[in-house]
Structures are given as structure tokens and as C-alpha cells.
Design a protein around this ligand. Structure first.
Ligand code: MLT
Ligand code: MN
Length: 311
């Protein structure tokens, strides 16, 4: 099983279009040690020919252009794609907007939770993907399944999905219910376990608000965990003067701190631990920063676009 990080940044990408902070400025200027990154997406292939995308980011056109594996093969029909299916882990703009760029009557299957599919169903713009060509399939909560293409042909990519603590998409928040996490429900954010025939597993969790004992137990023994790396400190967007929200308010667990992801997973046996979905305010984006060093010393890798993972 091959995995490829198609986009390693959080919503907005790096640099973000309107961001004038030190990190985005440096990335824009091409400063060493600060790689530009596109928005959150992962690809998986069992045979190196057909690919499953996990999340369709607004940068998908650029991502396909910079990823030969996702381009039409030389001997393929005049219009074709190796993308057989797209799995959505939530309904956030950075994870679903790319679907609109795949609107060329090209068959592939969409898989998501009932909650996320309801968000697509409620928004008529997604009808550009005609259901007879691009079927929408509900992921069962728990249980391993093989993902299939639009015609029902197996892709060889087997996954299990399960709900994780998270938040409903920003544009679906119920402002009147802050006490109920703004109307968030189970299934608004899911994690995916990708299973290789070798028996090894990789977990893809680009959004996660908390790590509890049950999640630690699930992750124990995994060959690879790709985890929410949105913010290093919970209040970093406020401290940087660019926002009013904490990571927690956005449904993202910070890396640092006693309950942060680094400490929470420190004792869990994991082959490779890799941060994905990295926000443009996160200091680890600067490879010369103290925070980058802390993350590396704690055994974490920092994902970059194009990173390959063999499972
Ligand atoms: C998130 O991950 O919290 C979202 O992508 C934020 C957003 O929609 O801008
Ligand atoms: Mn996001």
C-alpha cells in the first residue's frame, strides 16, 4: 500500500492568500526551511495505478498538476483519471471544495459519513457531480470495507472509519448553541484506518479535538499515524493577532501542553507519527524554529506535499 501526502497544510494553505504574518511572508519569499504547502489531502493506492483520495481540497487542480500519480496515464482514454474514489473526513471547505473541480462527467465514488453527505446533499452546487456518474456512499460506522469505484469495482484500498471528537463545519455552525459545540454531532469528523494486506495499518486523522483512552487504544501498534497538526499552541492564532479562535474552538487539539497531541500519544506504540493539516500560524512550519525541534525530538515528522509513505 502506498500513501502520498497530496496537501499538508490546513485550510488556507501555506502561505495563505491574504496572510501577511512572518511565516507566510517568508514562505512566499522562498526562504529556506519554509516549504509552501497546499491544503489538506492524502492519496492511497494498493496497486500503484488506481488511487483513492482522502479529502478533495480547493487546491486539487494544482495538486494533480504536481502529482504524476494522479494524472491520466499515457495509454488511458482521452478523458480519464486514476482517481477511483474520494473519502471525506469532514465537510470543511478545505476538504470538500475540490469536488467542484472534478466536475467533468468523470466517474468516481464519494464516501463520507451520513452527516457529511447531508451537508453535500443540502448544497445544490455539488449537483455538478451528477449522482448517476459520481455516486455518494455512506461509510458505515466501524467495520472494515474495500472502497469501490463508481462502477462497484474494488480499488484494493480497505479502510475502517470511526467518529472522533470534532466540530461541525464552520458554515454549518449553529451560533445559538455554543454549549452544544455549535450543533456538532457524532460523524461530523471521522478518522480513517487504511489497512494494508501486510496487516499493517495507517490512521489518517486530520481533525481531532481530543485524545481519549479509546483513541489511544485504537492507535496502539499502528505502523503510521497521520494526525491533526493544525496548531502548536491552543491560542496561537490569537497571540499572532490574526484570529479570535483557539484551536479547541475550531475542533483542533494543540500539539503542545499536557493534554496536547505530543504528550497524549507519547506512550503509545506507533511506527511513524506524522503531523498533517498544519495551519499557517504554526511555528513548526519553520524548520529552524525551536518548536520544530521539539516536535522532531518527540519522534514526530512534519508532513510536506509529495511525502511518500510505504505501508
Ligand atoms: C478547520 O480545519 O478548522 C477548517 O478547515 C477551518 C476552515 O473552514 O477555514
Ligand atoms: Mn481544515
Amino acid at each position: 500500500m502506498r500513501l502520498k501526502i497530496v496537501g499538508s497544510a490546513a485550510g488556507g494553505g501555506f502561505p495563505q492568500w491574504d496572510c501577511n504574518c512572518r511565516l507566510s511572508r517568508a514562505a512566499r519569499a522562498g526562504t529556506g526551511g519554509l516549504r509552501q504547502r497546499t491544503q489538506s489531502s492524502l492519496a492511497a493506492s494498493a496497486d500503484g495505478v488506481g488511487w483513492v483520495l482522502f479529502n478533495a481540497s480547493p487546491d486539487i487542480r494544482q495538486q494533480i498538476a504536481q502529482t504524476p500519480e494522479l494524472q491520466p496515464a499515457p495509454d488511458a482514454p482521452l478523458r480519464s483519471t486514476p482517481i477511483r474514489a474520494v473519502v471525506l473526513t469532514n465537510a470543511d471547505v478545505d476538504h470538500v471544495a475540490g469536488l467542484l473541480s472534478l466536475r467533468e462527467r468523470q466517474p468516481f465514488a464519494i464516501y463520507a459519513s451520513a452527516r457529511v453527505l447531508a451537508a453535500l446533499d443540502a448544497n445544490p452546487i455539488f449537483n455538478v457531480l451528477e449522482r448517476a456518474v459520481v455516486p455518494r456512499r455512506t461509510l458505515p460506522a466501524g467495520g472494515e470495507l474495500e472502497l469501490c469505484d463508481a462502477g462497484g469495482q474494488g480499488t484494493g484500498v480497505r479502510i475502517e472509519s470511526f467518529a472522533v471528537p470534532g466540530k461541525v463545519a464552520l458554515y454549518l455552525e449553529d451560533a445559538g448553541r455554543p454549549e452544544a459545540d455549535y450543533g456538532s454531532e457524532e460523524g461530523d469528523t471521522i478518522a480513517v484506518r487504511v489497512a494494508a494486506c501486510s496487516g499493517r495499518s495507517a490512521f489518517y486523522i486530520p481533525g481531532c479535538a481530543r485524545i481519549d483512552a479509546a483513541l489511544r487504544e485504537r492507535l496502539a501498534g499502528a505502523a503510521c499515524v497521520l494526525f491533526d497538526g493544525t496548531v502548536y499552541t491552543d491560542d496561537e492564532m490569537i497571540a499572532a493577532g490574526v484570529g479570535r479562535k483557539t484551536g479547541a474552538r475550531m475542533g483542533h487539539l494543540a500539539m503542545s501542553g499536557e493534554a496536547g497531541s505530543i504528550a497524549s500519544l507519547a506512550k503509545v506504540k506507533i511506527g511513524r507519527r506524522i503531523f498533517v493539516h498544519i495551519n499557517n500560524t504554526n511555528p513548526i512550519l519553520d524548520e529552524s524554529s525551536a518548536e520544530h525541534a521539539v516536535v522532531r525530538q518527540a519522534g514526530w515528522e512534519v508532513a510536506h506535499d509529495g511525502m511518500d509513505i510505504e505501508l
